[in-house]
Design a protein around this ligand. Structure first.
Ligand SMILES: Nc1ncnc2c1ncn2[C@@H]1O[C@H](COP(=O)(O)OP(=O)(O)OP(=O)(O)O)[C@@H](O)[C@H]1O
Length: 864
């Protein structure tokens, strides 16, 4: 194991590649970049706002320190700050001058010097007393908001409340202080003192107290809408009598009559009143309520005219409106704080730390450290990629849409166009009252009037409140792969398995993460761009991933589509041991490979379990930090992407044999880094079965031939209205996004695989676990106890101890190769210790405890 060299882990070529990207240095982009670096003092630029924010934050801190200091030093500084001795005029006077002016102590004690003393005196003594601290709060909130753009409290509310409380606190303290003090005090300031004096003279002390109480309660009502509740009285009537609508009185009377006569009652129809009805039709529905005690005498029915609820009646105020209903919130029990503790490092952790210190982190790329990622030069430059929709085309389409809609009496308020590479999206806002379904029904008519194929109407546009009409451009623009891989969005991308799918209809580059999808189903009629789509997925992964991080399992029943990738076998492909070709074309081999992937999945889960992590990323992180011992079977796990080019063909020939492992992989493989991409021409229900569909939330549809096909793949129409040549719809469960697929031509793919293939690779393709088709093999009769493996007994004990009949367990714990472990498990089956092969599930263990196993093993030895 080449552990020692792993401390050298440089990979600068990747960045170099990105820097060398031709598009980056192209002259067309430079002026723009330069412009961005020019300093700008524009107000909108945000710098001025930050400066003002900073000023306010510092001002608030200054006020806080000055005011706090004032509370302790005001007596010392009093002779300096009072107006009689010069006040603010003293600020620039020398000590001698101050002495002459009659200041006893010319040196101020305030922590912020003369200015701090004068400022605090002004605010606290001469103005609002200690309520002036509210200035600190207000300045801080404003400053913090402007500087960090984080909202602690609303600025307008803060200012409003601060202003109110400034006056309120000052007045209240002035009122309280008035009972024992005869001159202004720093508690209330001169404002509080004099305003209290003034008010008391006008309305008396009781009046001032009332005013203060009124102001205090008013602000509480404004802020919290507090309730003033008298002691509860039992509520008898739902309605006040003068508000009771006639029909209720009528019903009540009838009830009263019935009750008085002790006669069975007629069904009485009550309007639904307790919940506001949804629409007018529902409002008129009545609920028939038949009190059970009146049920017996059906024949004595008296007909009471049903009371029909008029729509207005429901608008009556409910007796207990939601706003008036008090809500009490139970105080939650605060969680106990966890006691502070320190984590002692275990022996193993210390060991791994030592290893990391000695050799650095494990570098999975080390074996191919000289590997060079493909560069965009290998891709074709297809010209300008400018969208060529002219103004006349836009105008003409707009007019046609408006005319068609007008023709059907649909008025619209606004229309706007977004030009994409293949289609232009016209978003319309219909006039109020226009039904969306009406526009949706006109899809064909609009298509006819625009004389264009591939019109798609999205009504309403999700999250936009408009209706979208996608109209194909007369000259659709191709989206070359190169133009996407040159963008910053791609080069800066840090997704696990980024795939450059193309551009959206608003011309934005669209990159998805296959690891998050986590599997992708691709469908499209022949010649609509499916193969190009698969090539762009593969190419994008090849551009971003190192051979150590990613392996492909390529299945190509058509035998021609993926052959180009043959050259990267020793770098990026995975295959079954002993196979000549890495690209699988034969159905039987596909079944074996899929089952082998299931075994790989199980092995990976065992490894994850052993490492006590939940997914591939955490596992690899731990492995890189040398926390997992390779001698215990741990290894760096690359992503595995299985690509099946013609899935329909497989399903036709192998059916369930293929479906079962695919469904299992799709269900379970996401966490351990195995991702599937299945492509099919025929998206019929017997190919994309329910099980498969349920596990493929991400689906990509190129143009298909019928609405039914579109429904099968996307669960909605739309794919039948695409225009082909890479026009596609991506469904990710909730969203449906129209994209123009990135175009990568065969010669480009050829160049990329040649570029990679010519570099030094691994000795062989990545070996998948061997899958032994167990049907019919290993029957009991074949078992010869004398030929049993040397590890047979150990394996038997291991399996009974763990109660888990898995080959990988034997392989790992006894450190055996897969083939040998497989042979042992066959012998264990033949000896009747484990049950038969159950697909990719662990076998049943037939001995419940080690004691019974030992007895069995002894009996075997006796026979020998
Ligand atoms: N993204 C695209 N941009 C521009 N043109 C495209 C795009 N994708 C496909 N085309 C055009 O459509 C043609 C057919 O595409 P492709 O070979 O991918 O079809 P397909 O669906 O794989 O067909 P089949 O299933 O028969 O193999 C291409 O040769 C190319 O000219």
């Amino acid at each position: 194991m080449a552990v020692r060299g792993n401390q050298f882990k440089t990979n600068t070529f990747r960045d170099k590649g990105a820097e060398n990207a031709p598009g980056k240095s192209s002259s067309s982009r430079q002026p723009k970049e330069k412009k961005e670096y020019l300093p700008s003092f524009d107000l909108q630029d945000g710098r001025a706002v930050k400066i003002v924010g900073l000023f306010f934050v510092i001002l608030s801190l200054y006020f806080l320190i000055a005011f706090t200091s004032y509370l302790f030093t005001w007596q010392d500084d009093q002779s300096y700050v009072i107006d009689a001795n010069g006040g603010w005029g003293n600020l620039f006077k020398t000590a001698e001058e101050l002495k002459d002016a009659g200041v006893d102590i010319p040196v101020v004690q305030n922590w912020l010097g003369k200015f701090g003393a004068l400022l605090s005196h002004q605010f606290i003594y001469e103005w609002f007393g200690i309520a002036s601290f509210l200035f600190v709060l207000a300045f801080f909130i404003i400053g913090y908001r402007l500087l960090f753009k984080v909202k602690i409290l609303s600025i307008s509310k803060t200012l409003g409340y601060s202003f109110f409380f400034l006056l309120f606190i000052s007045l209240t303290l002035g009122f309280a202080h008035g009972f024992w003090g005869e001159s202004p005090h720093y508690l209330e300031g001169e404002f509080g003192y004099w305003s209290n004096k003034l008010l008391s003279a006008q309305i008396g002390a009781a009046g001032v107290a009332g005013l203060i109480a009124f102001a205090g309660l008013t602000i509480l009502i404004i802020a919290y809408n507090i309730d003033f509740k008298l002691p509860e009285r039992k509520e008898k009537e739902v309605y006040l009598d003068n508000e009771t609508p006639d029909y209720v009185n009528e019903v009540r009377e009838k009830f009263a009559q019935n009750r008085a006569a002790e006669e069975p009652s007629e069904p009485i129809e009550f309007p639904v009143r307790d919940k506001p009805p949804v629409n007018n039709e529902r409002r008129q529905q009545n609920v028939v309520l038949q009190p059970s005690r009146f049920e017996e005498k059906e024949e004595d029915k008296q007909v009471i005219a049903p009371v029909v609820l008029s729509p207005l009646a429901t608008n009556l105020p409910l007796a207990t409106s939601a706003a008036a209903m008090p809500l009490t919130v139970e105080p939650t029990i605060e969680e106990e704080k966890e006691p502070a503790f320190t984590i002692e490092k275990t022996e193993e952790e210390k060991k791994s730390d030592d290893l990391v210190e000695q050799f650095g982190n494990y570098d999975e790329k080390l074996d191919l450290s000289g590997y060079k990622y493909p560069t965009v030069d290998l891709l074709e430059n297809y010209g300008t990629n400018k969208i060529s929709v002219n103004a006349e085309e836009l105008e003409a389409n707009k007019n046609k849409i408006v005319e068609t809609l007008n023709h059907y009496n649909i008025e619209i308020d606004k229309i706007k166009a977004t030009i994409g590479p293949t289609v232009t999206l016209y978003e319309i806002i219909p006039a109020p009252g226009v039904r969306i379904s009406k526009i949706k029904n006109l899809e064909d008519d609009i298509a006819l009037s625009l004389a264009a194929l591939g019109i798609r109407i999205i009504a309403p546009m999700p999250g936009k409140g408009t209706i979208g009409i996608e109209v194909p451009n007369q000259h659709p623009e191709m989206v070359p792969m190169r133009s996407i891989l040159n963008t910053e969005k791609w080069t800066q991308n840090t997704m696990d398995l980024p795939i450059a799918l193309g551009k959206t209809i608003s011309n934005e580059v669209f990159i998805a993460d296959l690891a998050k999808m986590p599997h992708l189903l691709v469908a499209g009629a022949t010649g609509q761009g499916k193969s190009v789509g698969i090539n762009s997925i593969l190419v994008s992964l090849l551009f971003k991933k190192h051979p150590a991080q990613l392996k492909f399992v390529l299945v190509d029943p058509k035998k021609v589509e993926l052959t180009l990738f043959n050259r990267i076998e020793r770098h990026f492909l995975a295959k079954l041991p002993g196979e000549a070709d890495a690209i699988i074309t034969d159905t039987k081999k596909v079944v074996n490979t899929l089952n082998s992937l299931c075994i790989e999945m199980d092995q990976r889960y065992d490894l994850l379990k052993d490492a006590q992590v939940r997914n591939l990323k955490e596992y690899n992180d731990k492995f890189i930090k040398r926390k997992l011992n390779p001698n215990n079977g741990h290894r760096f796990l690359p992503f595995i992407v299985l690509v099946v080019d013609e899935f329909a063909d497989l399903m036709m020939t192998a059916g369930k044999e293929v479906e079962a492992p695919i469904a299992r992989l799709a269900q379970l493989a996401r966490a351990i880094g195995i991702h599937l991409v299945l492509a099919t021409q025929r998206p019929s229900v017997n190919i994309i079965t329910g099980t498969i569909k349920a596990n493929f939330p991400a689906r990509l549809a190129f143009r298909v031939l019928s609405k039914i096909d579109s429904r099968t793949i996307l669960d909605s129409g739309g794919a039948d209205q695409l225009i082909g040549r890479g026009d596609m719809l991506l469904s990710t469960g909730s969203d449906l996004i129209r994209l123009q697929c990135a175009f990568v031509d065969t010669p480009e793919v050829d160049r990329i695989s040649e570029y990679i293939g010519n570099q030094r690779g691994y000795a062989d393709a990545y070996q998948l676990p061997e899958y032994i088709d167990e049907a019919g093999e290993g029957s009991k009769a074949d078992f010869d106890p004398n030929e049993r493996d040397k590890f047979f007994e150990d394996a038997a004990r291991l399996i009974v101890m763990h109660q888990q009949g898995s080959t990988s367990l034997i392989q790992r714990k006894l450190k055996l190769g897969y083939n040998r472990a497989g042979r042992i498990i066959d012998q264990l089956e033949a000896a009747g210790i484990v049950g038969p092969f159950e697909g990719s599930k662990a076998r049943e263990v037939l001995y419940p405890d080690e004691y019974s196993l030992e007895q069995f093993l002894n009996s075997m030895d006796d026979k020998d």
